[in-house]
Each structure stands twice: as C-alpha cells, then as structure tokens.
Design a protein around this ligand. Structure first.
Ligand code: NI
Length: 332
C-alpha cells in the first residue's frame, strides 16, 4: 500500500534530518500531493490543461494513456524538478503548453531558484499562475554578485517577510565566469547562509569550478541549522563524499548525467540514493536526447531514466526516492 511504503521509506531515512516530526509532515505532504494529482489527472483527462496531449511530448515510454489509474499510481509517478528557471523569457512563447508537458510527464512540483533582482517579478508571476506546481526561492546568484551586492542583498532580505519562499537560492561561488569577484562572492554566500539559518530554510548551492572555496566556507559555518542541496552536482567521488560528510546536504542531478563524457554516471553510481534529487536547470543543460535544445521541466524524466539505468533501479523507484528526498529538504 502506498502509505505503508512511504512510511517505511521515511523510517529508513529518519535519522537523516529532522526525525519523526518530518516523517509525519512528509506523510501528510505526500497524501495531499496524491489528492492534487488526482485532480490534475481529471483536468488533463478532460482536456482542460493539455494543449499537446497528442504530440507525444513529455511522455515516459510505456507510461502514456494511464491517466485512468488510481491516485496511488500518480504518487509513484510523482517527479520533482528541484531546480528550474522556467520563468525566464525563453518560455514566454509556450509557457502553458510547456507546463502541460511537465504535468503529463508526471512532474508535480517545480522549484524555482532566483537569479537577481530583475528575475524576482518573473518568478513571482509564474508561481502565482501555478501556485500548486511552481515554488519560488530567493537569493542572489554568484554570477550576479557585483560591487553593489550589499545593496542588492539589503533589498532582497525583507522580501522574505512578504511571501513564502522554499529556499535561499541559488547562491554559492562561480569561478568559471569571473574569478575577480571571489572575495565578494564568498561574502554574499556567507550572508545568505546566515539568512537561511535564521529563517530555517534550505540553501541551494551553485558551485562551478569552486568546490574548494565552497567547502572552505562550509567548513567554517556549517552546523545542524545549515542544510540544502548542491545543485547540478558534477563533482568527483571525493567531492561527493565531502558533501555527504555534512550530513544534511543532498546533490542535485541533472542533464549532465546523460552526457557520456561527463563521467558523472560513474560518480553517481556510488552515491547512495538517499543523497540524490533530480533537477533540470531549465533552460540550460538539456539532457539527451534533446541536448543542444532548450531544456524544460518535463525533461527531468530523461534524467530519472538515466539514473535508473546507472543505479540499476526501476524508474518508479528512482522518482519515488528522489521525490521523498526533495521533500526532506524543501517544504513546498
Ligand atoms: Ni540554476
């Protein structure tokens, strides 16, 4: 039975983060999600939301035409895209159709990482349009940490009082695009980690060419109040071990897993499933078979399929476990 499975799953992971209180929360969360899925199932079956129903877009192989199944089936099929910038202008042309494809692929939650001050209204607009699907975060992306970063952060900080954000993100350090701002990137990262601790929110970390620098900050400030996700994890085995050593950080796996030369499959194979969540980072880092095109949240299913192959698990096991993991960190 569904609830039995969920409960057992959480018991296994109960030492992971918050213990029994979280287990209880998650049980409720997933049962609510099942109810919502049941409604969506009806909506889509009635043609209310799906413009592209017959295009074949967004369908998991062998899983189409199963909308008449019980809501338990939909819980098993519940994908969470934990990192997606689908509020960007790249989606203006086909937003509703793109959302319909995501739902048809089984995506029930999409978490929206912020970038800078300009992206906030775009993100709000999307999450207001799809309040039970799209959940915003708030934070300053490391590539956008410029000389005025203190002013930007001072503008952002009071916004946490105005509406619900599910994480402080995305934040971190990026030394691929600009090494000259390292000092202020570190400062901005530390300030936003302090927000997360005070607000009891997870952080979503962007680490590009910067694991050593991120780990140095983390070693300084990490405690049991700091938890979250290393988004788009593409590190080596030692870096995965270091992430796991913090005890309350997960790794976001995206389209890079499907790139043969990335070597991420080899690393991911040895990371226990309890540390993994799925993401797309749309519109970037598109998984195969659409690599090179715009990424979108429905494509998270290709990441799940690849992870199932890598881990020698069923597709349903992969999405069940990764979605449970996501809900241990995020409270949408
Ligand atoms: Ni991102």
């Amino acid at each position: 039975m569904h609830f039995g499975d969920v409960w057992i799953g959480f018991q296994k992971g109960s030492e992971f983060l918050f213990g029994v209180v979280v287990n209880f929360h998650l049980t409720i969360e997933l049962s609510l999600q099942c109810a919502q899925n049941g409604r969506r199932q009806d909506d889509i079956a009635n043609g209310a939301e799906s413009d592209d129903k017959d295009s074949g877009y967004g369908r998991h192989p062998g899983k189409s035409n199963r909308w008449g199944q019980t809501s338990d089936y939909f819980c098993a099929m519940s994908l969470i895209d934990t990192h997606s910038h689908i509020y960007l202008p790249q989606f203006d042309e086909d937003l509703d159709a793109m959302i319909a494809r995501a739902r048809e692929a089984g995506v029930t939650k999409i978490f929206l990482p912020n970038i800078d001050l300009d992206s906030i209204p775009l993100m709000h607009k999307l999450s207001d349009r799809y309040p039970e699907l799209c959940y915003p975060m708030l934070g300053l992306h490391p590539c956008d940490v410029k000389e005025n970063y203190i002013d930007v952060l001072n503008t952002m900080k009071p916004m946490f009082n105005d509406r619900k954000y599910i994480a402080v993100g995305e934040i971190g350090i990026d030394l691929y695009w600009d090494k000259t701002t390292l000092d202020i990137q570190i400062e901005a990262f530390k300030i936003q980690c302090a927000w997360a601790k005070a607000l009891a929110l997870p952080i979503v970390i962007h680490a590009r060419d910067s694991f050593d620098e991120i780990f140095a900050v983390m070693d300084e400030i990490h405690d049991d109040k700091l938890f979250g996700v290393f988004h788009c994890f593409t590190g080596h085995a030692d870096q995965a071990k270091k992430v796991m050593s913090y005890g309350n950080f997960l790794m976001g796996i995206g389209g890079v897993l499907t790139y043969e030369k990335s070597g991420l499959d080899v690393v991911a194979k040895d990371i226990p499933m309890e540390y993994l969540v799925l993401e797309t980072d749309s519109p970037f880092l598109t998984p195969k078979p659409f690599r090179g095109k715009r990424n979108e949240s429905s494509y998270v299913k290709f990441v799940a399929e690849k992870l199932a192959t890598v881990k020698e698990l069923s597709y349903d096991e992969v999405i069940g476990t990764t979605s449970q993991n996501a809900l241990k960190i995020f409270r949408p």
